[in-house]
Write a new protein. Structure first.
Length: 126
């Protein structure tokens, strides 16, 4: 991380957290969000040389995140940068969370909710 812009050079006397401090914050959610936010910035030709400093953080922090979105982001970024993403597990079915509440096939969506009754199961509620 020594290659990253730090402290007073980036934000002189603002009282805001420095880029380096949020990348190593003790709160994992803040670290993950900061690293995730850095990924698209590394596509800028003037910032690409910072990728090598960010790769270990992407692998170790985002690649092991509890959120599948962060793990997927890590895999895609590392692959796009030509880095090793082996060993990182992404979401097997990225739409699993969307599909989990669907009613069984053959039943009406309108009659599946707690608001429905036998009288309104024939049509939509409008």
């Amino acid at each position: 991380m020594a290659d990253l812009v730090t402290g007073e050079e980036a934000f002189p006397s603002t009282g805001l957290p420095t880029p380096e401090s949020v990348l190593v914050d003790t709160d994992r959610r803040i670290r993950e969000a900061a690293i995730d936010a850095c990924i698209p910035l590394m596509d800028d030709p003037q910032l690409q040389h910072h990728r090598t400093a960010l790769v270990p953080l992407v692998q170790q922090v985002l690649g092991t995140s509890e959120l599948w979105q962060h793990r997927e982001r890590a895999i895609h970024a590392l692959d796009a940068w030509g880095e090793d993403s082996s060993g990182l597990e992404g979401q097997r079915n990225p739409f699993e969370f969307c599909d989990s509440d669907l009613p069984p096939i053959g039943t009406s969506v309108w009659s599946a909710g707690p608001w429905s009754s036998a009288s309104d199961a024939d049509g939509p509620p409008f």
